[in-house]
Design a protein around this ligand. Structure first.
Ligand code: 13P
Length: 240
């Protein structure tokens, strides 16, 4: 059985307040991704935390970057790899993202690898081939482990209020699962991200192949995040 994971990606925003909504819960995993500045505060306060990014190399001449070992030493348990905003803003390729996932696994950090198509790619009917290429890059570096999760975040749904219909998201999640190595297929969590809110999360999280959410905007509003976490807890154990 896959434990639901509800993750809050605070992106480049100040820490929300109060922080009560973001603490670990016993039935599901609750993880937050603060800015690098706020990570230590959140870790010291007892939250399960991840970094929004870390470099595939441990150290070196990479101004402005940070290594996996550094975030591990700080107490991060998770890292996002290949969020679409980083793929777009920093030209991260599928191969870069796979290398980050390998580095995370080597440091005992759980990578959440983000995949998803743009609006144009979907309108051209290419969404599955785009996502398949993003997933297959992970196999080339044998970056596959059950200590890795995937987040399907259609780019057109991020921060737009346009959520994927639960049946469309489920179809893509089932497709992603079908691509995974057979021995990891049933254990790997596949999260949905893209305008997940209290009023649509139940329909999404009830789908058999949706194992949690990666939440941006609503994770900055403690009441909304806490409602989503409560709904996820009420759905556990997951129907799969
Ligand atoms: P929104 O929930 O604001 O659409 O952001 C989703 C996201 O990018 C999470 O990583």
């Amino acid at each position: 059985m896959r434990k639901l994971l509800i993750a809050g990606n605070w992106k480049m925003n100040p820490m929300p307040s109060p922080l009560d909504a973001y603490y670990p819960r016993s039935d599901i995993d609750v993880v937050v991704f603060p800015t690098f500045l706020d990570l230590k505060h959140c870790i010291d306060a007892g939250m399960l935390c991840g970094a929004q990014y870390a470099h595939a190399e441990d150290s070196g001449a990479h101004t402005g970057d940070i290594g996996m070992g550094m975030i591990k030493d700080l107490g991060c348990r998770y890292v996002l790899c290949g969020h679409s905003e980083r793929r777009a803003d920093h030209s991260e390729t599928n191969e870069d993202v796979a290398a980050q996932a390998v580095a995370a696994l080597e440091h005992g950090i759980h990578p959440i690898v983000c995949v998803g198509e743009t609006e144009q790619e979907r309108s051209e009917g290419r969404e599955k081939s785009i996502v398949a290429a993003q997933i297959e890059a992970l196999f080339q570096l044998s970056a596959f482990s059950s200590q890795l999760s995937i987040a399907y975040e259609p780019v057109w749904a991020i921060g737009t209020g346009k959520t994927a219909r639960p049946e469309d998201a489920e179809e893509m999640h089932a497709f992603i699962r079908s691509l995974l190595p057979e021995d990891k297929r049933e254990t790997t969590r596949i999260l949905y991200g893209g305008s997940m809110k209290p009023d649509n999360c139940k329909a999404l999280l009830s789908q058999p192949n949706i194992d949690g959410g990666l939440i941006g905007g609503a994770s900055l509003k403690p009441e909304q995040f806490s409602t989503i976490v409560d709904i996820a807890v009420s759905l556990f154990p997951h129907s799969s």
